[in-house]
Write a protein that binds this ligand. Structure first.
Ligand code: UDX
Length: 454
């Protein structure tokens, strides 16, 4: 099988590399010469565990090529995957300019019977739109259409691709069905369900899945707030409701609200799509406003908790002005350098407006953060960021933060105050270490000790 993937961004590169890894011949094409040169030299433009290894290995074995010549890349392909970006426009709808530009470029170069597969996340009806553009551009072209949404999480995209829960394929005709099922045959043989459907259904599945997951996150965040208000414990609540198989344990961890490149964008796109179809999705609208409100509420709570902790520690002035706040983590979640729609982008401007000095450390996202938040002092390590700080805020659940020597670190701070927005530590342990410790939806340390003793 010969596969061409157009677009070497996050989705395109992971898709191309993983197809090559399972033995298909892949050409990845991109008009960005800098990116292609870097890839040909074995350099990966994004941070993603395992990706560099499989790109280098497949490239060396001759199964993965990179080129800027898009028309040449589609020659001889059984399937051409369009995996270019679809950024949000001001009204929340995705901008299809790049997808359509690719369609215009490839139309005259398509071999008969090539399957054109839309991999980018696009609104329902986009497959039909791409098909129209291809036919208008090259009226004699013979091709089939398919849609193949991705469900890759940043930070574990390679593993998600190689071990998917399911594969979704929307097809326009029997030829597309046969080619797509042949491409994914190794997964089917491993027992992975392959859902073959029409193109609009495949397009909608992607949005429906992401909006549902976003709803779980927004829901557990509201429950965490309620737990705080009534003295309940969100960790226990989350575990208990997740044990019901109909609910499931995943995506029930409270945090600063969902961020990243997909949930915020896809929930907005789904509401825009639903409005256009005169069929509003009120639940998804509520999820978006819940997520926005959650982080704003947290910002006020952080300020109030810091002030209370400083009062207790004898600070005469408990305003943020002039205080040093240390940020542990800037990325929207762990194992990524991505700060798109990250909590840090809401919290930092607020703290700066209040006159706080901000020091920050993130194991991967500091280069991306520097471009957007040049005012911060970027530090080399956890010890460096915390030394002398009046308070710390943990924003990203990096596994290495779990291993920190808090007694040592706390003693280096001007005041040992920590607000953990990821519930990474046990409140009782942190209290024993002498920290003023705040987290989301968990009762006071004494009470936690009481229940864990049972
Ligand atoms: C998501 C989808 O999971 C993936 O299938 C899709 O194709 C792309 O979008 P990603 O954006 O990489 O992946 O991140 P994900 O791991 O899903 O987390 C999304 C956001 O929800 C993050 O901000 C994360 O911190 C937050 N989250 C997730 C929680 O706050 N609590 C949870 O329990 C799970």
């Amino acid at each position: 099988m010969n596969i061409t993937v157009i677009g070497t961004g996050y989705v395109g590169l992971v898709t191309g590399a993983c197809f090559a890894h399972i033995g298909l011949n892949v050409t990845c094409a991109d008009i960005d010469k800098g990116k292609i040169d870097a890839l040909n030299a074995g350099r990966i433009p994004i941070y993603e565990p395992e990706l560099e290894e499989i790109v280098r290995a497949s490239h060396k074995q001759g199964r993965l090529d990179f080129t800027t010549d898009v028309p040449a890349a589609v020659k001889g392909a059984d399937a051409v995957f369009i995996a270019v970006g679809t950024p949000s426009m001001a009204d929340g709808r995705p901008d299809l300019t790049a997808v359509i530009a690719v369609a215009r470029t490839i139309a005259p170069a398509l071999d008969p019977e090539t399957v054109v597969v839309v991999k980018s996340t696009v609104p329902v009806g986009s497959g039909a739109y791409v098909e129209r553009v291809l036919r208008e551009t090259a009226p004699d072209a013979v091709f089939s259409m398919a849609s193949n949404p991705e469900f890759l999480r940043e930070g574990c995209a390679v593993q998600d691709f190689l071990n998917p829960d399911r594969i979704v394929v929307g097809v326009g005709d029997c030829h597309a069905r046969d080619v797509m099922t042949a491409i994914y045959a190794p997964f089917g043989q491993d027992g992975v369900p392959v859902v073959v459907t029409n193109i609009p259904t495949a397009e909608l599945i992607k949005y429906a899945a992401n909006a549902f997951l976003a709803a779980k996150v927004a829901y557990i965040n509201e429950m965490a707030n309620l737990c705080d208000a009534v003295g309940a414990d969100v960790d226990q609540l989350s575990r208990a409701i997740g044990l019901d198989e109909r609910i499931g344990p995943a995506f029930l961890k409270p945090g600063p609200g969902y961020g990243g490149s997909c949930f915020p964008k896809d929930t907005l796109a789904l509401t825009a799509l639903a409005h256009e179809a005169d069929c509003p999705v009120r639940i998804v609208e509520a999820v978006i406003s819940s997520n926005t409100y959650h982080i704003r509420r947290l910002v006020s709570r952080i300020e109030a908790e810091f002030a209370a902790a400083w009062t207790e520690r004898g600070y005469g002035d408990t305003k943020l002005h002039g205080k040093t706040v240390a940020l542990l983590g800037l990325a929207f979640k762990s194992n990524t350098d991505d700060i798109r729609s990250a909590a840090s982008l809401v919290i930092v401007p607020h703290l700066l407006r209040r006159g706080a000095r901000i020091r920050a450390y993130d194991p991967a996202a500091m280069d991306n953060a520097r471009a957007l938040m040049p005012e911060l002092d970027y530090c080399e390590s956890e010890a460096d960021v915390l030394a002398g700080a009046d308070a710390a805020l943990l924003l990203t659940e990096w596994p290495q933060f779990k291993e920190l020597d808090w007694p040592e670190l706390a003693s280096s701070m001007a005041a040992p105050v920590l607000f953990d927005l990821r519930n990474l530590y046990a409140p009782s342990t942190m209290a024993e270490m002498g920290l003023a410790y705040f987290s989301l939806g968990r009762p006071a340390a004494t009470e936690e000790a009481l229940f864990s003793a049972r």
